[in-house]
Design a protein around this ligand. Structure first.
Ligand SMILES: [Zn+2]
Length: 147
C-alpha cells in the first residue's frame, strides 16, 4: 500500500520533468511570447506531494501521544487497604496503569483517567514485566491492550 501510493505520487514529477524539457525545447524554437497563455497552472512542487501523503499523526507527535508505558491491571487494585475505584464511573478493576513523566495514572475501561499519587515509577518498574511491544501512539497502545 505504502509503495503503491508513493509510486503514484511520484508520477506527476516525471511528467513535470518531461514537460519542463519540452517547454525548454519549445522556448528555443518558438518566438518569445508565442503560446504563453496555454501553459496552464504552475506544476505543484514534488516535495509538497510527498509531504501530504502521510497521515498527520505519523509525522508530528499528537497531543495524546504519551512518552511513557502502560500495562493492563485486570484485578482490583488495593492501596493502603483501600480498593481504588474510578472517580467517574466507580469501576474498580480492568485498569490500565500508565507510567509517564514520573507519574502513575489509572485508566478504567470507560476511558477515564486519574492520577494515583500513592504509586510511582519505581513501583511501576518493580511490578511490570519488560515491555512486549512499543507503539507509535497512545491510541495504538490502547488497541494493543484491548482498550
Ligand atoms: Zn471510569
Amino acid at each position: 500500500m505504502f509503495h503503491r501510493i508513493r509510486r503514484r505520487a511520484m508520477e506527476p514529477t516525471e511528467a513535470q520533468r518531461q514537460f519542463a524539457e519540452l517547454h525548454a525545447q519549445m522556448m528555443g524554437q518558438v518566438p518569445p511570447g508565442f503560446g504563453e497563455p496555454t501553459y496552464g497552472p504552475e506544476p505543484t512542487p514534488p516535495v509538497a506531494v510527498v509531504d501530504n501523503f502521510l497521515p498527520p499523526d505519523l509525522r508530528v507527535p499528537s497531543h495524546d501521544q504519551l512518552d511513557g508505558r502502560m500495562m493492563p491491571w485486570a484485578q482490583p487494585l488495593v492501596l493502603d487497604g483501600e480498593m481504588v475505584a474510578c472517580a467517574e464511573c466507580g469501576s474498580y478493576r480492568d485498569w490500565l496503569v500508565l507510567s509517564t513523566r514520573d507519574e502513575i495514572w489509572l485508566r478504567c475501561r470507560a476511558g477515564h483517567q486519574q492520577q494515583e499519587t500513592r504509586l510511582d515509577t519505581a513501583w511501576y518498574n518493580r511490578t511490570s514485566g519488560p515491555a512486549d511491544a512499543t507503539h507509535a501512539t497512545f491510541e495504538d497502545c490502547l488497541r494493543h491492550l484491548g482498550h
